[in-house]
Design a protein around this ligand. Structure first.
Ligand SMILES: Nc1ncnc2c1ncn2[C@@H]1O[C@H](COP(=O)(O)OP(=O)(O)O)[C@@H](O)[C@H]1O
Ligand code: SF4
Ligand SMILES: [Mg+2]
Length: 374
């Protein structure tokens, strides 16, 4: 069996929108993106808000119909109208744990949604057992079985959303900024839980975030998206230690670091500028309006995606001459992933928690039901 689970080839999504009374324009949300994800791997996807992350994730799952391009799952080409067989295998965890849960449904019915759609349990007792098992798996107290979403904190709601996604035993999950809306301390718990589930069930993730600190922790490889284009992709360590694209360098410079001198130096090196409109993107390189290394060719031609070292691809004309920021390691040094299959519940609050709190500073969660009492 191939170890390639998902392949995306030349994916485009252009939204047609009205401008004024008669004029129609296209929002180029995703533009000619190609990548692969191996079985059991986590591919992180980073980029600023509006760069096309959600659209890309939804196109991969065919929730949004791509304008063009191909997506292969387990070697089979996915079609927007032929997804029935794949819905069980490919799931999504949404960014907003408040909007993504139906307020009229109980926790049990939300988690059981997929089980019912795919008619996985005819026996009500067995269905209930499975839902309770899932609640346990994501750290939700079984006594909340008949509670409603509004009674829960953001972190707990996201646990419900994750239980709903894993209920049907999928192989692949798009995690669309699953922790962005959560308090820092809760982010770590949810990330650790996702890692634990991945280790136990061999899940493959496309993990979307705008925060490189979060993505680095969970991802094997990271892709960087800018204005709908993939501009760099590499193994996580390689990308963070040796960023080749000026935009990746900019994102890294925004990761808070512990050393104040280094932090100040990074601030000074941070490029300025607004993200251009995806309706009217710049000619040539999409990053040229913000890039401090821009030259004439950057506005004339589109930089091809080039392999600069094994597995490290970058789309920049000057990737070999760019004077890279001498990126000192962010305060992620010494933080290792949790050991496979050896994760106790106590560990849930430790590893990623320390890491994220270290680099971003923690605050308390204003949860309704105490997270510790789940
Ligand atoms: N349904 C839609 N119709 C028109 N434009 C859209 C739609 N969905 C997203 N967009 C636009 O596509 C671009 C990418 O959006 P999105 O994928 O949500 O980015 P991200 O998740 O990185 O914040 C944005 O400019 C956004 O306004
Ligand atoms: S191609 Fe030119 S403008 Fe684009 S990132 Fe590279 S140096 Fe900057
Ligand atoms: Mg988004």
């Amino acid at each position: 069996m191939s170890d390639k689970l998902l392949e995306v080839r030349n994916l485009r999504k252009y939204f047609e929108i009205k401008q004024g009374l008669f004029k129609k324009v296209h929002v180029k949300a995703v533009d000619d993106v190609s990548f692969e994800i191996k079985r059991g791997e986590t591919l992180g996807l980073v980029g600023e808000s509006g760069c096309g992350k959600t659209t890309l994730g939804r196109c991969v799952l065919q929730i949004t119909k791509p304008t063009s391009g191909e997506i292969f799952f387990q070697g089979q080409k996915l079609e927007h109208k032929g997804m029935k067989d794949y819905r069980k295998k490919m799931q999504i965890v949404f960014q907003d744990p408040y909007a993504s849960l139906d307020p009229r449904k109980t926790v049990a019915d939300i988690i059981g949604e997929g089980l019912d759609i795919h008619k996985m349990f005819k026996n009500k007792v067995k269905r209930r057992e499975r839902i309770l098992e899932l609640m346990d798996l994501v750290g939700l107290n079984k006594k909340f079985y008949n509670r409603y979403p509004h009674e829960f904190s953001g972190g707990q709601r996201q646990r419900i959303g994750i239980a709903r996604a894993v209920a049907v035993s999928p192989e692949f999950i798009v995690c669309d900024e699953p922790v962005s809306a959560l308090d820092v301390s809760i982010q770590a718990q949810v990330i650790n839980m996702l890692e634990k589930l991945q280790n136990e069930y061999g899940l493959t993730y496309l993990f979307i975030a705008h925060d490189l600190a979060v993505v680095k922790h969970i991802s094997d490889r990271i892709g960087v998206l800018y204005l709908g284009h993939l501009v760099e992709i590499a193994e996580s360590e390689e990308l963070c230690d040796n960023p080749r694209h000026p935009y990746t360098q900019m994102l890294l410079s925004a990761v808070p670091i512990a050393d104040p001198d280094e932090s100040e130096r990074r601030q000074r090196e941070k490029p300025e500028g607004e993200i251009p409109s995806p309706i009217n993107p710049p000619s040539g390189c999409p990053f040229r309006t913000r890039c401090k290394y821009v030259t004439g060719i950057c506005s004339e031609k589109f930089p091809e995606f080039t392999e600069v070292s094994p597995g490290h691809m970058v789309a920049c004309f000057h990737h070999t001459t760019t004077p890279y920021l001498s990126v000192t390691k962010p305060a992620t040094e010494g933080v290792s992933h949790l050991p496979q299959n050896e994760i106790s519940d106590d560990d849930l609050n430790n590893n990623a928690n320390d890491y994220i709190a270290d680099v971003r500073g923690g605050v308390s969660d204003d949860r309704i039901i105490d997270e510790g009492g789940m």
